[in-house]
Design a binder for this molecule. Sequence first.
Ligand code: B12
Ligand code: SF4
Length: 518
Amino acid sequence: MRVLLVNPPPHQRVDRYDTPDFTRLGLACLAARLRADGAADVAIVDAKFERLSYADVLRRVRDLRPDVVGLTAFTNEIKPAARVARMVKAEAPGVHTVIGGVHVSALPWETMVEFPEFDLGVLKEGEDTFSELVATLGAGGDPGRVANVVQRVGDDVNVAPERTAPVDVAGLPAPAWDLVPPSRRYLFMTQRGCPYRCNFCANPNGRTVRMRPIDGLIEELRYIAAVGGEELYVCDEIFTVDKERTHRLLDAMIAAGIQRKIRWSAQVHVNTVDEDLFRKMKAAGCFICGFGIETGDADILKRMGKGTSQARIKSVREMARRAGLPIEGLFILGHPNETWASAMRTIDFMAELGPERPILGVMVPFPGTEVARMARNGEGGYRLISSDWNDYGKQIGHALEFENLSRAQMELLQLIGYAKTFLANRRFREFARFAWDYRKEGLAVLNKLVLGRKPVPVEAEPEPARWSPYFDGAPVHANGVAPQFRSAAKERHAPERLSGLALSREPIVRRAEPSARS
Ligand code: B12
Ligand code: SF4
């Protein structure tokens, strides 16, 4: 079997992550596992990293003539992934198109119904499932029997039973970085899982933390340094979740002299750090440490499930300062029942803490989260304003607003927040630099605020008419599906009851009509 893994081109080129200077870790992990199993020849095409157009991707498909094309997608990437799959199917209908990643994992049935371009979907962490799926396809077996797979069968969608155990991370081979072009920055993951339950987070790897062995990590770091990697983005949900193990890992990194070749950033939780750990992180090459502060409103913080307090956040900020470790403070505007006043408290708190790198995103109701459930039900003051997945970005997006806080007000608050954090701390030069570094994103927000124009897609094409079951019946207040679209089929086949069943449903493609409420 020949397998091609694809990170699709971006919908637009505004956010810096639309044109990243690193390649996709998830695909490198899948490729490594397939290769170790010996089940397939694997190639990776990272269209974002390589700046490839859709036509370029299709050319690669023609050259490589794969039996399986696997696509990865966060929510805001699902439509570009479907576009690649559509092109592949038009060119070679016999190729199996497989979608994986966090979006299909949160909405398995809905994704397969909305995007007929995908033949199969792999849910959650993909190594075990995809490996079994490829072997099954190679042997001419029934892919619908592979646990954690969703399959299109004619007009039906089959959802196989769930896998009982999460992936044994300790037993995985190192990511197949040799299958992607070398780069200056790499994503690096030392463990998977997070024990917390924040209401806005999909926590895709579940609550059980599983660690990679330290010697394998050091070997991977040596490889990355040898191919010219200079910087890492550590992707662990909480790098310091087990302090004792973090100390051992940092000691091993220092002993191997990693800090002389590579600098890195990581995210921590304020409950799992102390000054000593910060000092050692810095000694091991950490140049900035991120933590989710999320809000400056004490009540909102209490309710969100982060398990922390403002007092703890302030004391951890001071610890980092004393340790000489710059911080990235991550904040969100748009928590349930957010108001102008609570958002201003967030901005004031951000200015007070003065993170070296402030990040202030606007809430996105990612499927599978409590916030998404509330937004779909019109709770928490939320109003969904788009049923277009391309609008589901945190910095540049257009997914929701509040009954009492318009989208434009939220975006204005976002700009005020950034400006105040720098200017109140008299960091004028840094502000100028920040404004220059993020000029594309800033202009996109201003353009939308002042002229009401959304960013222009890179390669627009007429969209096929679709029926999006996720939004069917949800109160979308603009450019989306009207509430009366709730279909009898959706009522009959509630996703909660799908497991293991082959279902009939109404035709996949239905044309959305203008919202009655827009
Ligand atoms: C590192 C990271 C980033 C990095 C790098 C992202 C990247 N392009 O690789 C940066 C900082 C750039 C980033 C940016 C964003 N991120 Co981010 N990010 C993460 C983080 C922490 C880890 C992702 C990762 O690499 N995991 C490791 C690999 C191994 O896992 P994986 O990619 O999920 O792949 C596995 C499975 O999903 C599956 N799989 C994936 N693809 C495929 C394909 C096939 C064919 C198969 C079979 C299986 C499969 O198998 C893989 C191996 O097990 C996750 C949270 C998390 N803990 O997962 C959030 C997360 C993915 N990010 C998220 C978001 C929202 C974003 C942004 C949209 C935010 C924004 N700025 O608007 C941007 C989008 C950027 C983009 N388009 O690339 C959300 C996604 C939610 C959603 N439903 O879409 C997450 C889940 C955070 C959260 N808790 O809500 N992110
Ligand atoms: S602590 Fe971070 S990774 Fe864990 S649930 Fe909260 S936001 Fe998600």
